[in-house]
Design a binder for this molecule. Sequence first.
Ligand SMILES: Nc1ncnc2c1ncn2[C@@H]1O[C@H](COP(=O)(O)OP(=O)(O)O)[C@@H](O)[C@H]1O
Ligand SMILES: [Mg+2]
Length: 339
Amino acid sequence: MDICDRILIGNSAAIQGVKELTRHVAKSDLNVVICGESGVGKELVAQALHLSSNRRDGPFVKVNCAAIPKELLESELFGYERGAFTGADKTKKGKFELGHKGTVLLDEIGDMPLALQSKMLQVLQDFQFSRLGAKKDVTVDCWVLAASNQDLEQAVSSGRFREDLYYRLNIINIFIPPLRDRVEDIDPLIDFFAAQSAHKIENVAFEFTDSVRDFLRQYSWPGNIRELKNTVERLMLLGDWQTVQRLLLARETKWVDGHEPGIQPAPLAPDPDKKETRQQKFPPLKEVKKKAILRAEGELISEVLTETGWNRKRAAEILQISYKALLYKIKQLNLRPED
Ligand SMILES: Nc1ncnc2c1ncn2[C@@H]1O[C@H](COP(=O)(O)OP(=O)(O)O)[C@@H](O)[C@H]1O
Ligand SMILES: [Mg+2]
């Protein structure tokens, strides 16, 4: 078991591929972009890259380009001399200097301001720069990794990200798929996080039964592994499964709302601006039909969900609709599991 296997839990083909690539790339100093949704493990993969490389005994330094105010990011990266600007009362090294002989992770690189992107491009040529307000250059030896949860190619085409910097950084691209696309990893991750928190908790209040695991395996995990970790820790501590289940369903419904699976919601109320709905004694037939269909759908879906114990993947199979379409229907019809 090497460092990748030790820190990157999961056996899905997807995570195996990520581990393989990580081991391979760690032997080089090639620039890497790690991409994937928030919480999939980008930072952890960056650490695995560092720890698998010859730089493992050097520093690992992370800069979150989205969290640091634009005006400060440059001084954070390159440092400054005393008196460089108001408030610079002592000389400070930047992250690149701190990462000398080690690895620097530029997290959320897509949020780096354009002006700084051109400076970055220069720095990546020769690793020479000067602290703000300094006369002399410093030279550093860093392995630069970048991570992003945005589609950088799209950022390039919309002019938010420099194309030349993109090609410079993206020599190797490691994509980490969302957790919902590697369901096999959920059980080992539950066990891993449960064991981790068992160490910290005196009286563990929870057992991950088959039905709990079933539910967790089907959940969409919009917050990916970070959300799974928080969920496991909370359950281990509080054991409030009913509440957690409800919170997860509510969160998933919201998430599905933002990712409409291509079916149009049927309007339940007539549009008051439409001519034909004004001064009508009888509702239009179309509307009655829609309502009747929704009601019938609601009844059938509830029945199937109850039957399957809210196993939504199985329910979708039985109903012969896509999983996403089912989640959407659940939201549209405001269905929830009964106590
Ligand atoms: N494969 C994995 N095995 C174990 N823990 C993981 C794995 N992937 C992510 N994590 C954990 O999930 C959390 C989120 O990971 P992180 O690397 O910060 O995600 P990202 O940078 O993509 O937002 C961290 O606590 C991390 O340790
Ligand atoms: Mg991160």
